[in-house]
Each structure stands twice: as structure tokens, then as C-alpha cells.
Design a protein around this ligand. Structure first.
Ligand code: SPQ
Length: 428
């Protein structure tokens, strides 16, 4: 844990940044490459700690993975050829690694034990393990499988028809990945659409996945074949500079290579509805994940309400949107976001407590928060709770605060955005 004192003296931000690879897509590129037979090549991979944890887990399963800069190559015998790991699979701080690996390992031929860091040890796993057990999975763990460490004995699985109780791409993906190895057709029903990177990438690797009005179906027994994956920039990382560009004085920032998958782009709609000066120029690529160049300028902002089915499309951006709302005129209400309580930390409590220290007028509610703006921000010591997104929220606050902002742990930011502070230096 390393403390970092940030004193920026209210810079105006100018320049262009290329946003690093999407964390969700990077994880999946390695997972799918490891399940597939043959060679997979990945460009634009995110070298964040979470994605490196995913690579480490698959190396322990005997999959050959080479990393050269942001290019990754995966040479796999396919899921049938994996070795039983002699070591514990360590998933670090990554919920995506832990939950998706559960779905993958449940139908494999190996026994494995998985654990993560202190934050992972508090995050609920039964949301994934319950449907996997319905499919016949053999998974045991602390509190009957609610918490890591978890032991997974790979076995034959049966397809299920599952109605999702919460909007969660991790739960959906774990079931679909288990469904690949199950007998019969697995069906997942979503009330609210969660990010669809798994469905898109399964198709890229040669599987057939159908989706009609929130009902996703996948026939078991399909195999994947190695392919090339081009990872778009992470809109959840771009979000910090979208907000910084809007709230720092006399600023204009252009962000290149931003993934604009429609299941992830809720922040663009919110910025527009708050009156931000934002332009989105779609790239003419024919990748499975669309990208755009986004420019944002200092903006006069008004409060808004963020609720309902847009929430899963911007769930990871809520900490930085809350900071944005402290600079908008009037009230911003964020609701239907209880899921924030089970992220790397309880992000409702963390955001409200830390923004209050900075001088914001903000109150927690059962399922979100209410912010009254605009308020000037002052010098404060921010606790990150080891959560990368709280850390980056604090750092963006430092750009507009009167005086220094101290982060108790800046290292956690490397989980998703290792070049974050270099990018601040580039545009400030
Ligand atoms: O991987 P992890 O730790 O769960 O990361 C987070 C994040 O802020 O980066 C959540 F804490 O992103 C999740 C996201 O919230 C990544 C993800 C995915 O890749 O499938 C899906 C979302 O979680 P969920 O619970 O809605 O499925």
C-alpha cells in the first residue's frame, strides 16, 4: 500500500489519449483462447493486475501464454487437454476472473482450488455457484460456497433454464461458459441487459449463441477454435478522463479507441443529458466490439436522475459520475444501484464518505445516492478501500480541489489502469 499526495493546482486539460484495453474483454480473450483448441492472438490486451491474474490461472492449468507488450498469444490443447493444477489458482482482486473461472472449471476434467485477495474473500459467490450447482457442478467453499477459497471438481453438467435475479454479466457468463460443456441447451433470461462481451466473443470463437428479447440460448457440446481478438479501449477507464475534461476549467480532451458497445455506453447518455459538450465519432471498424473517438470539453452541467435499465450499462462508472454530479447545478439522484454494495468494496458507502470529506453535499440511500451541486472541493485524505475506481475518483477530484488530495493507496489503480497517472501528466 503506497500513499500518494496529489497537488495539481487546478490545471486545464488538453490533449489526446489512447485508452488502454478493456478489462472485461481482455479477461475473456485469455479465457476463451484457453478453452479453444489451437492458437489465439490478442492485440491491445490490458496489462492490468486483474487480467494478469487471469493469465496466471491458465498457466497453472498448463496453457501456454506469451505476453509481448500488449500482444498476447495463447496456445492451448483445448479445455479437454488442461493439466490438473498443483497450485492454488489465485485470482487476486478480480471478481470477473473468480466468477467466470467457476463456470469454466465446473465442466472441465480437473480438480482445482481457487482463492483471491481480502476483497474477493468478501464478495458473494453463491450467485454463480447456485445456478452452477443446479447444472450438477461440484463446488465447495467457505459458508457453503458463498466465499473463497473454493474447491471445484470438474464434472459432467446438465443445461438449465435460468432466470437472472440480478443484472450481472459475471453470473450470465459463468452459466453460458458452463453451458458450453453441458448436455442440452442452456437458457439465460435477463430482465435488464448486462454487458454482452461473452456472447459476442463466443461467436468470434465459432460458437452459436442466440439472443431474442433478453433470452440467450446456447447448445451444449460446442467447441471453440482459436482466433484473433482485437481489444477495444475500456470505456470504464475513459470515464475518468471524460469527467475530468468536463469539470476542469478551459479543457478539451480527445480519447481514442474507446469501446462503445451499447451495453456499456450509459455514461455517454448521462453526460449528454447533463449538458456536457461531448462528441462521439464512431470508428469505421468491423470488429466484434465497436469503438469511437470521443472529445469532451469543459461543460456547464445540470443535475439528472440515473435509474432503471441504464444502471447495468454504467455500473462501474457510478463513483466517477457521483464526482461529476458534485459539479453540476441542482440535484442528481442515482437509484436502482444496490449492486454497488458487492463490488470491490461497498461503493455506495465509499463514494458518499469520501466525497463528503472533499466537501460534497451527498447522502447515501438504500440503492444509490443523492448529490446536490455545485460544491467546491477541498483538500482531504481519501481512503480507497483498495478499490481502483475509488482511487481514480479521488485522483480526478484532486484536479479541481483547493489544495492537496492524499490517497491512502494509489497502487490499487493498477488493477484496471496501470498508466492512469502517466495519462494525467500527459494532458495536464
Ligand atoms: O472483475 P470485478 O472485480 O468484478 O470488476 C468490476 C470493476 O469495477 O472493474 C466490478 F467491481 O467490473 C465488473 C462489472 O461490474 C466486470 C464485469 C465483467 O467483466 O463481466 C461485469 C460487472 O459485474 P457484474 O457483477 O455486473 O457482472
Amino acid at each position: 500500500m503506497s500513499e500518494k499526495i496529489l497537488q495539481y493546482d487546478k490545471p486545464s486539460l488538453q490533449g489526446t489519449l489512447t485508452i488502454p484495453g478493456d478489462k472485461s474483454v481482455s479477461h475473456r480473450s485469455v479465457m476463451f483462447g484457453a478453452i479453444a483448441t489451437g492458437k489465439t492472438t490478442v492485440e491491445g490486451f490490458l496489462l492490468g493486475e486483474d487480467c494478469l491474474s487471469t493469465i496466471d490461472c491458465f498457466r497453472k492449468l498448463g496453457v501456454k501464454i506469451d505476453v509481448e507488450g500488449t500482444n498476447v498469444s495463447i496456445d492451448s490443447p483445448g479445455i479437454e487437454g488442461w493439466q490438473e493444477p498443483t497450485e492454488v489458482l489465485y485470482t487476486g482482486n478480480s471478481g470477473t476472473t473468480t466468477r467466470l473461472m467457476l463456470g469454466i472449471l465446473a465442466g472441465s476434467n480437473v480438480h482445482s482450488v481457487m482463492t483471491g485477495d481480502a476483497s474477493i474473500g468478501k464478495r458473494p459467490m453463491r450467485r454463480v455457484i447456485d445456478p452452477l450447482r443446479q447444472m450438477g457442478a461440484h463446488i465447495t467453499g467457505r459458508a457453503d460456497g458463498q466465499y473463497t477459497p473454493l474447491a471445484i471438481q470438474g464434472t459432467a453438467l446438465q443445461a438449465i433454464d435460468y432466470h437472472m435475479p440480478v443484472a450481472s454479466a459475471q453470473v450470465k457468463s459463468a452459466i453460458l461458459l458452463a453451458g458450453l460443456r453441458a448436455k442440452g441447451t442452456t437458457i439465460v433470461r435477463e430482465n435488464e441487459v448486462s454487458r454482452d462481451h461473452t456472447e459476442r466473443m463466443l461467436r468470434q470463437f465459432g460458437a452459436q449463441v442466440d439472443e431474442v428479447s433478453g433470452v440467450i440460448s446456447l447448445k451444449g457440446g460446442q467447441t471453440l477454435t482459436g482466433t484473433h481478438v482485437s481489444v477495444p479501449g475500456d470505456i470504464s477507464s475513459a470515464a475518468f478522463f471524460l469527467v475530468a475534461g468536463a469539470i476542469c476549467e478551459n479543457s478539451k480532451v480527445t480519447l481514442e479507441n474507446v469501446g462503445v458497445n451499447p451495453t456499456r455506453d450509459g455514461i455517454i447518455e448521462v453526460l449528454q443529458s447533463m449538458g456536457a459538450a461531448i462528441t462521439v465519432l464512431p470508428n469505421e471498424d468491423n470488429q466484434s466490439e465497436p469503438t469511437a473517438t470521443i472529445t469532451i470539453e469543459t461543460s456547464a452541467l445540470k443535475g439528472t436522475t440515473i435509474e432503471g435499465d441504464i444502471i447495468p450499462r454504467l455500473i462501474d462508472e457510478i463513483p466517477i459520475l457521483a464526482l461529476l454530479a458534485t459539479q453540476a447545478n441542482g440535484k442528481t439522484i442515482i437509484k436502482d444501484a444496490e449492486e454497488l454494495k458487492v463490488k470491490e468494496t461497498d461503493r455506495i458507502t465509499a463514494v458518499v464518505d469520501e466525497l463528503k470529506k472533499l466537501g460534497a453535499t451527498i447522502e447515501a440511500t438504500e440503492d444509490g445516492m443523492i448529490i446536490e451541486g455545485p460544491t467546491p472541493l477541498r483538500s482531504a485524505s481519501i481512503k480507497t478501500y483498495g478499490d481502483h475506481r475509488i482511487g481514480m475518483m479521488g485522483a480526478v477530484a484532486a484536479l479541481i480541489a483547493d489544495g492537496a488530495v492524499t490517497l491512502d493507496d494509489a497502487e490499487c489503480i493498477a488493477v484496471s489502469y496501470p498508466s492512469f497517472f502517466e495519462h494525467i501528466e500527459e494532458v495536464k
